[in-house]
Write a protein that binds this ligand. Structure first.
Ligand SMILES: Cc1ncc(COP(=O)(O)O)c(C=O)c1O
Length: 307
């Protein structure tokens, strides 16, 4: 499917056109996946376009780059401003923003340290990531036969392009077998996350989610869900979760910038609860969307307005 992209792309401090935003095939990133990136949404609100948790995304990007010793000449403040500018120059109403920091053209040995660091910010229109009906009806998922990256192999805290080779295996297997998404287990066989989402389980009125030690990306939507559960007085426990809790949970849902709050209605063809989105998931989904789409007061200060 063609990308419904916005024309202006930010590259190392300047705006260029979408068609100019190309790299040489000999760039380090092409051979070795040496890229850190983000996925951010700007929502259309009654007060104009607003970027969701901009500072948190820029912090995670900067931390991913720090883990991989990828120094850039731009401060976090400059990157935040550049993303606001990207939304403005493209007259965006709502979009998905993809910042990329990668190692460019230079030597082609494994050592990236002498290759130039390139930064691009792109934007395109993205609807509901897991399908139009996913938010309302829920999705059917499987437990993947692929494990998530093990500790001290590829760092799960970094949102690095190379991690998404693992994510692609999880996603392709799920799709090929007729599921919308796969949930991967960690190296020890406990629940980790989806190919592009964090996982939550609801059981007897408590919400559970795996800790960072289970090879999960520290999701920004995950953090938002934990805040919203706190606001609603629903206990949240971050703990190691055994696979089989997915089969006996009252509710299971995904969180993610792209997936937002998506109910899971079955796992390995076993219905979750009654096989339809449950009340806790629906309550949190509604509250999340009401805030990000500007229908409810932004009491957590999540939104950065761009006009
Ligand atoms: C592997 C993975 N886990 C979790 C998430 C959810 O993170 P966030 O809520 O910050 O988008 C994503 C999406 O970026 C992801 O790719």
């Amino acid at each position: 499917m063609a990308l419904d992209f916005y024309e202006k792309v930010w590259h190392n401090g300047k705006f260029i056109s979408w068609n100019e935003a190309t790299i040489h095939v000999a760039s380090h990133v092409v051979s070795y996946g040496s890229c850190l990136f983000e996925g951010i949404r700007a929502y259309e609100t009654p007060k104009g376009p607003a970027i969701m948790r901009l500072a948190d995304h820029v912090d995670r990007l900067a931390n991913s780059a720090k883990i991989y010793r990828t120094e850039t000449s731009f401060t976090r403040e400059q990157l935040r401003q550049a993303m606001i500018e990207l939304v403005r120059v493209n007259s965006v109403k709502s979009c998905y923003i993809r910042p990329l920091i990668f190692r460019g053209y230079g030597g082609l040995g494994v050592n990236p340290l002498n290759n130039p660091v390139e930064i691009y910010l792109l934007a395109w229109k993205w609807g509901k990531y897991l399908g139009d009906e996913a938010l309302k009806q829920g999705v059917d998922v499987c437990v993947s036969s692929w494990n998530r990256i093990a500790p001290n192999t590829l760092p799960a805290m970094a949102k690095a392009a190379a991690n998404y080779m693992n994510a692609q295996l999880i996603k392709m297997e799920a799709i090929t077998n007729g599921y919308t998404e796969g949930i991967a287990l960690d190296h020890a066989g406990n629940i980790s996350e989806g190919s592009g989402e964090n996982v939550f389980v609801v059981r007897n009125g408590t919400i559970y989610t795996p800790p960072l030690g289970s090879s999960v990306l520290p999701g920004i939507t995950r953090a938002s869900i934990i805040q919203l559960a706190g606001e609603a007085g629903i206990p949240v426990v971050e703990q190691v979760l055994v696979r089989e809790i997915l089969y006996v949970a009252d509710e299971v849902f995904f969180s993610g910038t792209a997936a937002e709050v998506t109910p899971v209605r079955s796992v390995d063809r076993i219905p979750v609860g009654k096989g339809q989105p449950g009340p806790v998931t629906q309550q949190l989904q509604k509250r999340y969307l009401d805030i990000v789409e500007g229908r409810a007061e932004d009491k957590f200060g999540w939104l950065t307005y761009c006009n």
